[in-house]
Write a protein that binds this ligand. Structure first.
Ligand code: AMP
Length: 190
């Protein structure tokens, strides 16, 4: 079977991180999580990390061209090419989605999954975890940006018949199972 190529959406706190780990394990794919890449760059204090620091702290998006370059480079690497990948955190704007389609045709994607958890529930979950950049102002700003900029992307993928909505509320294993079923189905129709 072709290497998995998937996009996953979901509000911060929807459980994408944990579920992506399980998906990558099952499909042998690479987890390409842009937020994690930026936090790693910040820890290394690289040029990218320095640029990312203030954006991360405020919950603001980095410029599209920076993110597009970063992801394009990452998915061209040999591991992503041979094993496939799950994009988590990218695309986040229409410009990012259009450029993704420029470097990988949408016909080569298995789909985009919207892991749906309500805003009220993710706020509750986020207040319980403790990451340095999880101040309540940053959480509020990220959720606001999600509604403004990322939600329209869901429509962009829906228009291209690539979208599957998966209910992200429930036991961890139950949600994982829903994801497996959805992805397996999409892969049979690709
Ligand atoms: P995440 O871990 O996906 O929630 O991302 C954390 C932060 O990284 C975001 O709040 C943004 O500041 C930045 N970021 C991650 N991915 C992107 C992207 N595709 N475009 C712009 N900024 C991003």
């Amino acid at each position: 079977m072709n290497p998995l190529r998937l996009v996953i959406f979901g509000r911060q706190g929807a459980g994408k991180g944990t579920q992506c780990e399980r998906l990558c394990h099952r499909y042998g794919a690479v987890h390409v999580a842009t937020g994690e890449m930026l936090r790693a760059a910040e820890r290394l204090d690289s040029a990218l990390g320095k640029q990312a620091a203030t954006h991360l702290k405020r919950g603001e998006l980095l410029p599209d061209e920076v993110m597009i370059g970063l992801v394009q480079e990452r998915v061209s690497e040999i591991d992503c090419q041979s094993k496939g990948f799950i994009l988590d955190g990218f695309p986040r704007t229409l410009i990012q989605a259009e450029s993704l389609a420029d470097f990988i045709p949408t016909s080569e994607f298995d789909g985009a999954i919207d892991l749906e958890v309500s805003k009220e529930l993710v706020i509750e979950r986020l207040q319980m975890r403790h990451r340095d950049d999880d101040t309540s102002a940053a959480i509020a700003r990220r959720l606001e940006l999600y509604e403004l900029q990322t939600a329209p992307l869901i429509e962009w993928f829906r228009d291209r018949n690539l979208l599957s909505v998966v209910d992200g509320v429930g036991e961890l294993d139950e949600v994982t199972h829903r994801l497996f079923t959805t992805i397996d189905h999409r892969r049979t129709i690709r």
